[in-house]
Design a protein around this ligand. Structure first.
Ligand SMILES: C[S@@+](CC[C@H](N)C(=O)[O-])C[C@H]1O[C@@H](n2cnc3c(N)ncnc32)[C@H](O)[C@@H]1O
Length: 303
C-alpha cells in the first residue's frame, strides 16, 4: 500500500519557484512526495522537512541536501535555528492527515474502522480523542463540534455524549458513531460523521493554533521574494491562509501604517485558489477537497 499520493504536485512545485541554491522547508513531509520533487531541483540548496508522526520517519530520503526533523511544525523557527538557519526561500504545507494515518485502523482517524478513539498524529502527545470525549465538559464538546466541525446540532450531540458516558466510558469509534449517527441528516450519514471526526481530530492535534504559529514563523523566516505554498482541505484552514496572504496576519485584522496604507506582507501569486484537475480527483479521492494558495513575501516583517 502506498503511504500517500501527493496532491497538486506539479502546481505546488511551480508555485515554490525553486532556486537551485535556495533553502526550502516542507513542513508536512508525510510520504515525502513533495520533498522528493523539491530535491530534484536543488543543486547546492537545502531542504528541511518536518513531520510530527514517527511513522513518517520511515520515508526518510538519503541526500546530502536533506534533513528530516521529527517535530511539530509550530516549532519551525526553533528547530531551524538549531540547524543554523535564520532565513528561507520557500515553504510548503500540505495540511491534514496522510492516507497512511487515515488508512491505519489503530490510529482511529477513520469512521471506516472499529478502533480505539485516538487520532493523535504524534503518539507521544498526551491528549487523545478518548480523553476529549470522556472528560471535556458539555459546553467544551459543543463548542468543538460547532467551531471545528460546523455541526449545527452541536449542543444536542454534546448532550448525547455526556448522557452516554454517564453509563460507561466511550472507548471506540463504533461506540461514538452509535451515539452520534441519529443526528445525521437523511442520506448524509457519512458526511455528518466525517465532520464529527474532523472536529475531534482538529482538537486532539490543536491544528488551528499549530497552523497559525507555523504561518507566523514562516512569514518572519521568508526572504523577500520567498514563496509560501499551502494546500488545505477545509474552510477553517483556508480562511487562515487567505487572511495571511491578503491582510498580512492570520487573524485577518487590517493593519495600517502611519500614513493609513494597508501593511502588505505578501503578493498573492494566484488571485483565486488552485484546485486539482478532475483527472487528479478521479485518481486520488483525497484531492477532491484540496485548495492551494501561493504567495510571495514582499516586505520585511518586524520581529
Ligand atoms: C497530507 S500529509 C502530507 C503528505 C506529503 N505532502 C506527501 O507528499 O506525502 C500531512 C502530514 O503532515 C503531518 N502534520 C500535520 N500537522 C503537522 C504538524 N503540526 N507538525 C508536523 N507535522 C504535521 C502529518 O503527520 C502528515 O504526515
Amino acid at each position: 500500500m502506498t503511504y500517500h499520493s501527493p496532491v497538486l504536485l506539479k502546481e505546488s512545485i511551480e508555485g515554490l519557484n525553486l532556486k537551485p541554491d535556495g533553502v526550502y522547508v516542507d513542513v508536512t513531509f508525510g510520504g515525502g512526495g513533495h520533498s522528493k520533487e523539491i530535491l530534484k531541483f536543488l543543486k547546492n540548496g537545502r531542504l528541511y522537512s518536518f513531520d510530527q508522526d514517527h511513522d513518517a520517519t520511515a520515508n526518510n530520503i538519503e541526500s546530502s541536501n536533506f534533513k528530516l526533523i521529527k517535530a511539530n511544525f509550530r516549532f519551525l523557527k526553533n528547530f531551524l535555528k538549531l540547524e543554523g538557519i535564520e532565513k528561507i526561500d520557500g515553504v510548503i504545507a500540505d495540511l491534514g492527515v496522510s492516507s497512511h494515518q487515515f488508512d491505519t485502523a489503530a490510529r482511529g482517524f477513520s469512521l471506516r474502522f472499529d478502533s480505539e478513539l485516538d487520532m493523535r498524529m504524534n503518539i507521544d502527545s498526551n491528549l487523545n480523542a478518548k480523553e476529549i470525549i470522556n472528560n471535556y465538559s458539555e459546553e467544551q464538546l459543543a463548542n468543538m463540534f460547532y467551531i471545528y466541525g460546523d455541526i449545527t446540532q452541536s449542543r444536542k450531540l454534546a448532550k448525547q455524549i455526556v448522557n452516554a458516558r454517564k453509563e460507561q466510558n466511550i472507548l471506540t469509534t463504533t461506540e461514538l458513531i452509535l451515539i452520534a449517527e441519529n443526528l445525521s441528516p437523511v442520506k448524509k450519514r457519512n458526511q455528518f460523521l466525517a465532520r464529527v471526526f474532523q472536529a475531534i481530530r482538529i482538537e486532539v492535534n490543536d491544528e488551528i493554533n499549530a497552523l497559525k504559529d507555523m504561518l507566523n514563523s514562516a512569514t518572519k523566516l521568508l526572504n523577500p521574494g520567498g514563496r509560501i505554498v499551502v494546500i488545505s482541505y477545509h474552510s477553517l484552514e483556508d480562511k487562515i491562509v487567505k487572511n495571511l496572504f491578503k491582510k498580512g496576519n492570520t487573524d485577518g485584522v487590517v493593519e495600517k501604517d502611519f500614513f493609513g496604507n494597508i501593511s502588505k506582507v505578501f503578493n498573492q501569486i494566484n488571485k483565486n485558489v488552485i484546485v486539482p484537475s478532475s483527472d487528479e480527483c478521479t485518481f486520488n479521492n483525497r484531492a477532491t477537497s484540496a485548495k492551494m494558495r501561493v504567495a510571495e513575501k514582499i516586505a520585511y516583517v518586524k520581529k
